[in-house]
Design a protein around this ligand. Sequence first.
Ligand code: ADP
Ligand code: MG
Length: 696
Amino acid sequence: MSRVTEIFGSMVFNDSVMKERLPKETYQALKRTMNEGRHLDPHIAGIVANEMKNWAIEKGATHYTHWFQPMTGVTAEKHDSFISPGADGGVIMEFSGKELIKGEPDASSFPSGGLRATFEARGYTAWDPTSYAFIKDGTLCIPTAFCSYCGEALDKKTPLLRSMQAINKQALRILRLFGRVEVGRVDTTVGPEQEYFLIDRALYEQRKDLLYTRRTLFGARPPKGQELEDHYFGAIRLRVSAFMKELDEELWKLGILAKTKHNEVAPAQHELAPIFSTTNIAADHNQLTMEIMKKVAKRHGLVCIFQEKPFAGVNGSGKHNNWSLSTDTGLNLLEPGESPQDNAQFLLFLSAVIKAVDEYQDLLRVSVASAGNDHRLGANEAPPAIISLFLGDELTAVLKSIETGQPCDTVDRTEMRIGVHVLPSLPKDTTDRNRTSPFAFTGNKFEFRMLGAAASISGPNTVLNTIVAEELGQFADELEKADDFTAALNTLIRRVIREHKRIIFNGNNYSDDWVEEAQRRGLLNLKSTVDALPCFVADKNVDLFARHKVFSREEMVSRYEILLENYQKVLHIEALTMLDMARKDILPAVENYIRDLSDTALSKKTLSPQASCTVEEELVTCLSALCSCVYHKAQELDRALLDAHAVEDTRERAARYHDMVFTLMQELRAAADEMELHTAAKYWPFPTYGDLLFRV
Ligand code: ADP
Ligand code: MG
């Protein structure tokens, strides 16, 4: 046991290391910077940098890097060694305060959505001192934000940090109204549950679709899928268990609170959940976790796949984003309290979330939109793309009583009034509660379940923080003016419930009835990325982000461009991969089988004119027809791809990819999958679903 406590955080320049190694005044100055978001004094930075370097060298590091999160969705790093020429022809190891605080990578090859012309291609990275530096592969990594030279955000961390400031500001205004003067800061906290697939590396490498796109573009369903529900929480196989053990250790060394691991619903699918932390740190740690998972998998002859829907017919992978608000005094603001006063405060924060989710359904939907996640949301076998909010029957009844002034059935027939009652005890989330809701209250936090497994959690949390900040700000505006605070609070909460209760839905989100019901309620159903993305730059949303200084209009337009472009590029690569596989692998393989069948029939006839050749004949007829279908679908797809690619307007082009290219891809796949079912195993040119899902 002591081993875990020893290795935990051993590769992190964390608080205890800083306290131990830095001069007292330096440590205190740095802490002030971290707590209050101040600028770091260059002199102090120099001392911190030097000590960081000494520590890193003791741990075997030779290089340092500013570790950042450009719009590619993965992390970026450029390594510089500490060496500097010494007097005697040797080298000394150096790392200055300037190098710690600011880096200047050439930014021209990262997506910027037109924000940065190449003549001003330089960007800069700036240390986020609230996220600890760490050592990975002999390199000291410094978590940084990445901006253009004019200060426009080119990454995912900058807006997240800005949104945390926005919600901190507004939440503090509310807390002051409740007389909580002792609170100095409010942070949002996140615990992202990460789902993934583990596939045998040797099999994976035989499939171009997995190699190029990380999802299978072809593949007939195996005889067995997930219908027996025997994989979920099942005993973990030895090879997977060895992977998980090593993974835990690697993550612990980096100070990542890896807590829970288990098998998920689909065969070969698993989950890892950390203990929650402050949002920007949770975002950094989640990126790091995914990176380490890939590396460790490789060492075990496996591949870790985060793609949102790598296999048709079984569950895709998501990333449940558990989100809450907590104060520096240790209070969870989404936890019902024990006094009427605490409950009034809880209900106000709850109302802010309800109103935010209703008014900004579009932004939440956009925040999880991607080509990959389109297969999970609003597709055939997945939850719908409709945003609604689950509160559970008890809390819903309480809200109803507050709204109507009628007694509440579930609470001994008392009428609930703000600031008068202690809330009835609400059951905390247990796994048998509503798992179909995209946005569920789970006792002391909300769980946003629409995120795809591959995405950074920064985008969705930037949206969540900002929309809730907006509502808290509006509430504060109203309540700060009130003469009778309790009366004003009552009025406000009642109004919010009345106007926004349509977003609350406790039933089965996967049912067809809900889709109709949601439409009657006027809720949005943005089925695809192409439907969703334009909402991002709607005036109301541009104003919102500008008001809270999270995004400027230019930054939003650039992000919109990047997302649209990315969508098409992903589809383009997938379509080309399909063409390649269909023409170069599948058709030739099936033609071989057809030839052998025909040869067999011929030899049979030669030997014995009466021999029956029905099997060969029927198979040849069936497969020949399918070959012809696959061939023609491929031709059509090829043309559609050329057409779509040639469209000038980005949005129009994205729509063309969605309507034409995507549809043909599905048709091509259907024909090829049908062919797989009739082709002898030894002819099929790559590993099947059965091999991939059941051979780890
Ligand atoms: P499950 O959803 O599987 O039933 P839990 O609800 O216990 O499991 O926890 C899921 C995740 O929620 C964990 O990562 C946990 O750390 C996180 N979590 C718990 N409390 C909070 C909180 N206050 N803020 C953010 N995340 C939290
Ligand atoms: Mg959960």
